[in-house]
Ligand binder design. Structure first.
Ligand code: CMC
Length: 446
């Protein structure tokens, strides 16, 4: 699967397809920059030599026009609403695969054949238990700690437990670290939940599927046999698939940046979890449900839409808009369908939040403000309603996102480590502070 350089053999090449000439209007000096093309998607101007040749940096806060790396994992066409993992459409994967097949695809580059699937499942389930001493970390947290705070802590702590998979230069150790993270994250997430409700931790059960096991560790208790509804397990699995990877978003870029210094993978994933927590990113699913609760009834929607459009109000419609998608997020469509299925199997009729969400979506999609700015529902818009119906408290929503995204983070981290052009990430800046000034001794400072 891997070439002698340790680089996956299925990866395409970046080609130079021309040059771009940049002219400095102040001096008339010109510089030619290579124009690069990947397999598909917009071309990119290679500015690596720009500073050496001109003494200028590029300025792009928020990386709105900057490709930070080559990647062969995930492709998004935001205008068309297309999401592909290793070339496969998210709709096909969500419909026909289970989450571990998608993990195999992201991490190893191909969908598994039946034998590879069996082997991969065995490998992952082999790693589902956490070191017994890791469970003691939980009691150091307050019971009311946000589970994302707990996840940042215990994931970072993994590097103190699994020294034998922290040598990032050893391909075998990199793969073991990846397997450990994918396998242990649901166990740690379920433990965070159990700790918050004061129930005993449940050990993983390797006879269950990835999603079933997670639901079992979360909602099962030692007192009675627990049986998972197959529709709910499938919904959980689909939610994991829909969140598995999403190219160079904030948390993935955080993982890559942390890893670019040679930090160990467990520490890097802990950094990714911290970045995911914010409400503009993975924290949006929790924020959506809080927003729907605050709206309370359909007749308050016009007021909330007015606030979202008001330039002087920093309120935003949570679950709407995306940096890359300027069309309906393909994941949101699948999520909406899954939402109906879950509510149906749970026997929940007239779910008040769903009614508000659907009306909000309808109004926003017709409103010129949202239409002109191309703000559509994103993956987080419906996921909270499903997770709430399944019994998860809102504080666990982003944790579930973190569980699912771990495979994306670690696949991207691994790809970066194996990329021969990889360098430590070190952005530059436009300095706006004071220039050199004379030092004033303490006694003379007024
Ligand atoms: N409600 C109201 N107005 C919005 C919204 C929104 N949800 N999102 C963007 N806008 C407006 C924004 O005010 C700006 O208007 P103007 O051009 O007049 O200043 C314009 O649309 C462009 O917004 P931006 O903030 O420059 O766009 P961005 O690409 O930097 O931000 C975003 C993308 C996802 C952070 C943003 O749309 C947002 O805050 N959405 C709500 C939070 C959310 O749902 N996040 C989940 C993202 S999907 C899952 C994930 O990636 O984790």
């Amino acid at each position: 699967m891997e070439s002698s350089k340790g680089r996956p053999v299925w990866r395409g090449e970046v080609k130079q397809v021309g040059t771009i000439t940049v002219t400095d209007d102040t001096t008339g000096k010109t510089v030619k920059l290579p124009l690069l093309e990947g397999e598909t998607g917009p071309r990119a101007i290679d500015v690596r030599k720009l500073y050496a040749e001109t003494g200028y940096f590029t300025f792009d806060p928020g990386f709105t026009s900057t490709a930070s790396c080559e990647s062969a994992i995930t492709y998004i066409d935001g205008d068309e609403g297309i999401l592909l993992h290793r070339g496969y459409a998210i709709q096909d994967l969500a419909e026909n695969c289970d989450y571990l097949e998608v993990c195999h695809l992201l991490l190893r580059g191909e969908l598994p054949n039946p034998q590879q699937k069996e082997d991969f499942e065995r490998t992952i389930t082999y790693h589902t238990m956490v070191h017994e001493q890791l469970s003691r970390f939980y009691s150091g947290f307050r019971r009311d700690a946000h589970p994302m705070a707990v996840m940042c802590g215990v994931t970072g702590a993994l590097s103190a437990f699994y020294h034998d998979s922290t040598d990032i230069l050893d391909p075998r150790q990199r793969m073991i670290a990846a397997h450990r993270l994918i396998a242990k994250m649901p166990t740690m997430a379920a433990m965070a939940y159990k700790y918050s409700v004061g129930q005993p931790f449940m050990y993983p059960r390797n006879d269950l599927s990835y999603a079933e096991n997670f639901l079992y560790m979360t909602f099962g208790t030692p007192c009675e046999a627990w049986k998972v509804d197959p529709v709910l397990a499938r919904a959980m699995d689909k939610i994991f698939i829909l969140h598995a990877d999403h190219e160079q978003n904030a948390s993935t870029s955080t993982v890559r940046l942390a890893g670019s210094s040679g930090a160990n993978p467990f520490a890097c994933i802990a950094a990714g979890i911290a970045s995911l927590w914010g409400p503009a990113h993975g924290g949006a699913n929790e924020a959506v449900l809080k927003m729907l609760e605050e709206i309370g009834s359909v007749d308050r929607i016009p007021e909330i839409v007015r606030r979202a459009k008001d330039k002087n109000d920093n309120f935003r419609l949570m679950g709407f808009g995306h940096r890359v998608y300027k069309n309906y997020d393909p994941r949101a469509k699948i999520m909406r369908q899954t939402c109906y299925e879950v509510l149906d199997v749970m026997g929940i009729k007239d779910e008040p939040h769903l009614a508000i969400a659907m009306e909000l979506e309808k109004i926003a999609l017709e409103d010129p403000y949202f239409v002109e700015k191309k703000l559509y529902p994103n993956v987080d818009f419906y996921s909270g309603i499903i997770l709430k119906a399944m019994g998860f408290p809102t504080s666990m929503f982003t944790v579930l996102f973190a569980v699912a995204r771990t495979v994306g983070w670690i696949s991207q981290w691994k790809e970066m480590i194996e990329d021969p052009v990889q360098k430590i990430g070190r952005p530059r800046q436009l300095y706006t502070g004071a220039t050199k000034r004379d030092f004033i001794p303490l006694a003379e400072r007024g």
